[in-house]
Design a protein around this ligand. Structure first.
Ligand SMILES: Cc1cc2nc3c(=O)[nH]c(=O)nc-3n(C[C@H](O)[C@H](O)[C@H](O)COP(=O)(O)OP(=O)(O)OC[C@H]3O[C@@H](n4cnc5c(N)ncnc54)[C@H](O)[C@@H]3O)c2cc1C
Length: 392
């Protein structure tokens, strides 16, 4: 796996001066907060245990999945979109406004999309014909028999997960008043002081953005919110030659996972239909989707398995199932895998966010559903406006 700053990460060094804000964790949630802090003229120290970002934020699809959210999460996601575009232009990130293409391969799938268009309007959900979907997927005109149509969700954004967090960190490090302490494990936190294996770091406010590893620092808070580790099988494959879209490509199993779709009247019928023809995909918690990276390779995933402790073993049958289904959607016999990995993110059945003040001036913030890329900049804006609901 190549990540932009791999060879350029500076040697660990702790700042002597006190910062306005100390952020623990250089994943996208922590970095988005650091960017927002800089925008507001605050001094920031980011403390990260690894020498470069290697958590959930570099292992995902790079899909800011805006339209498929609902309610407060939709508001945060829309807000986040603006923050992403602003950060992208400042830090020089690849962030095409390419939207997401939802492929429909049955009348029921199409019905869910049409219902979403009714609710959100024809600009937000642009229906696509079979041939428009076939063209976007690069499938030959005579091999589109399984396609029914689809919808483009133009508000969705794409970023490159391999570069977004490293480049944001590199940009932050060049800003006055910002310090990034890589390779520095945080061992404990109290008001005004973050204790690390290299010594203390001082700040007026502390924000813990450690994702699923909150249980290492605050086990009671993590347990109270029911935080588990969700493991996902991912692969990078060579793209079929005619597949060129930068839109994220979603399928029926994606529609079963996002609230925007599951609230539609036909969602129940869709679940029964998918259970009927692809029960094995539901058994692995599949969300069959893919995104193309700027170099033309394609990220394919994913499955979902939940446990408090992350089990290291990846079942080959799970990946094979996902790859077979992705190949079907792409209209090719098979896809050639160039990399595989396991992604891990924080998950909770009790809610999509953990926002808790664990000590005066110390806040823990973990996204406990698989949409941290989508929400990151919206959360950062809401944090500084005091607009995030904090659990007691
Ligand atoms: C395979 C996969 C696909 C996904 N797809 C999408 C998607 O398409 N769209 C979307 O919106 N979201 C997606 N997600 C979810 C998204 O990636 C996460 O919600 C998001 O990256 C969480 O960001 P984070 O900063 O909280 O966590 P992380 O990126 O995991 O960062 C946490 C950081 O904290 C550091 N840390 C932890 N403990 C300490 C400590 N004690 N001291 C110092 N540092 C510490 C870690 O090293 C890490 O760098 C996906 C996730 C995965 C795994």
């Amino acid at each position: 796996m190549s990540i932009a700053t791999a060879s350029t990460t500076p040697a660990p060094r702790l700042p002597r001066e006190r910062s306005d804000l100390v952020v623990v964790g250089a994943g996208i949630v922590g970095l988005a907060h650091a960017v927002e802090a800089v925008r507001r003229g605050l001094s920031v120290t980011v403390v990260e245990r690894d020498r470069q970002p290697v958590g959930a934020s570099v292992r995902n699809f790079g899909h800011c999945c805006i339209t498929a959210q609902r309610g407060e999460l939709l508001d945060l996601a829309v807000r986040s979109r603006t923050g992403w575009l602003d950060a992208a232009s400042r830090a020089g990130l690849w962030a095409p406004e390419a939207g997401a293409l939802v492929v429909a391969r049955s009348a029921t799938e199409l019905a869910v999309l049409e219902e979403l268009r009714e609710e959100r309007g024809a600009d937000a959900v642009r229906m696509r014909t079979r041939d428009e979907v076939g063209d976007a997927l690069g499938r030959p005109a005579d091999e589109r028999g399984d396609l029914v149509g689809g919808a483009l969700l133009p508000a969705d954004l794409r970023v490159n997960p391999r570069e977004a967090a490293p480049r944001l960190a590199a940009w932050l490090a060049r800003q006055p008043g910002v310090h990034i302490a890589w390779g520095t494990n945080v061992t404990g936190v109290e008001s005004g002081t973050v204790h690390t294996a290299r010594g203390p770091v001082h700040g007026d406010q502390v924000l813990l953005c450690v994702g699923h590893d909150l249980d290492r620092l605050y086990p009671d808070e993590a347990e109270a919110h029911g935080i588990e580790r969700c493991r996902l099988s991912m692969a990078r494959v060579e793209a079929p030659p005619a597949f060129r879209t930068d839109s994220a490509v979603l399928t029926a199993t994606s529609m079963l996972r996002y609230d925007g779709f599951t609230a539609m009247p036909s969602a129940g019928a869709l679940r029964s239909e998918v259970t009927g023809h692809s029960e094995e995909l539901l058994a692995i918690g599949a969300n069959v989707m893919f995104t193309r990276l700027p170099d033309g390779t394609v990220l394919v995933g994913d499955s979902h398995a939940y446990d408090v402790t992350e089990i290291p073993f990846q079942d080959e049958a799970t990946t094979a199932l996902l790859l077979r289904e992705a190949a079907r959607v792409l209209g090719v016999r098979e896809v050639k895998v160039t990399e595989r990995w396991q992604g891990v993110y924080a998950s909770s059945a009790r809610g999509p966010l953990l926002v808790r003040d664990v000590a005066p001036g110390v806040r823990a913030l973990s996204v406990t559903s698989g949409i941290g890329m989508t929400l990151s900049f919206g959360l950062a804006a809401a944090t500084f406006e005091g607009a995030l609901p904090v659990s007691a």
